[in-house]
Design a protein around this ligand. Structure first.
Ligand code: NAP
Length: 265
């Protein structure tokens, strides 16, 4: 699908990070945006700096009724959806045995149910129009899950398997789907836990820029790519892990230290 002037794009988690960078990239191509998140002040401020007309939609993606309302409102305002981006997400890193169940549930509700609700309510509009594209922002953690990110990785794997099946189901409908597997990207994702991140983590302000990922997402949508991995090392890790988890563990220990794969059996 070509992104051009008038392309109607609904993005969850548009207030910061990857969603915001994608909004900037799409607006520079003339897209009309539905900017969805909980922080409406940040969305208003973003909308005011972007070229074109955009719609701020307050929405907690863990709340199914709120997602339905936001999607329907955007369709009412823009006349339809061409591009639907399920991006909103959170993390709580830490050893599972110490993790409050509330954190695990919240990640599940936002990362996985939020994606489910977004696609459930957005897809019929695209199927009715027999055209459109869905982008699911999963994670490299769906290709190889890491210690201290057991539940986070599980939510990202749920997105992966959902998206993989759905892309096939949608063949012939005019609607397609790209799954995105980012590695460590410089966003606010871990700001609330930056002092307690695991030793193997190398992200932070010097990680890969969200603006570069946003450009690649747009390119992948235009090429109808099945998936996008960025930075490229994530793809290599995914392939290696499928071939031999033991070998990928060894590589991760070499690259990230022993905490990345402490068990050697
Ligand atoms: N950064 C990375 O290294 C990385 C790597 C792999 C995958 N990812 C994935 O990329 C996606 C975006 O993350 P990011 O790195 O851009 O993080 P971020 O900078 O923290 O942005 C997260 C966005 O999600 C929104 N959000 C969080 N909870 C929400 C809720 N309940 N309802 C609606 N929106 C909600 C936030 O807006 P409000 O708080 O205003 O609602 C914000 O706009 C996530 O799915 C994440 O798992 C990120």
């Amino acid at each position: 699908m070509e992104i051009r002037t008038g392309t109607r794009a609904f993005i969850t988690g548009a207030s910061r990070g990857i969603g915001r960078a994608l909004a900037v990239e799409l607006a520079s191509r003339g897209a009309i945006l539905g900017l969805a998140a909980r922080s409406t002040d940040e969305l208003q401020e973003l909308a005011a700096t972007l070229p074109g007309t955009h719609h701020v939609l307050e929405c907690d993606v863990a709340d199914e009724a709120a997602v339905r309302t936001a999607v329907d409102r955007f369709v009412e305002l823009a006349g339809g959806i061409d591009l639907l981006v399920a991006n909103a997400g959170i993390t709580h890193y830490g050893p599972f045995r110490d993790q409050p169940l509330e954190h695990a549930k919240r990640m599940t509700e936002i990362n996985w149910y939020g994606t489910l609700y977004t696609v459930h309510h957005g897809l019929p509009h695209m199927l009715d129009a027999a055209q459109g594209h869905i982008v699911v922002i999963s994670s490299g953690a769906a290709l190889r899950s890491f210690p201290w990110a057991a539940v986070y990785g599980a939510t990202k794997a749920a997105q992966r398997m959902f998206a993989e099946a759905l892309r096939h189901e949608l063949s012939g409908t005019g609607v397609s789907l790209t799954t995105v597997y980012p590695g460590e990207i410089a966003t606010s994702l871990h700001d609330h836990e930056k002092d307690t991140m695991p030793d193997w983590y190398r992200g932070g302000p010097d990680a890969a820029p969200a603006s570069e990922l946003a450009k690649r997402i747009v390119r992948s949508v235009e090429r109808d790519d099945r998936s996008l991995t960025f930075p490229p090392l994530v793809r290599a890790l995914g392939i290696l892990h499928n071939l031999s988890p033991k070998v990928s563990d060894r590589l991760l220990r070499a690259l990230r230290g022993g905490t990345a794969a402490p068990r050697r059996d």
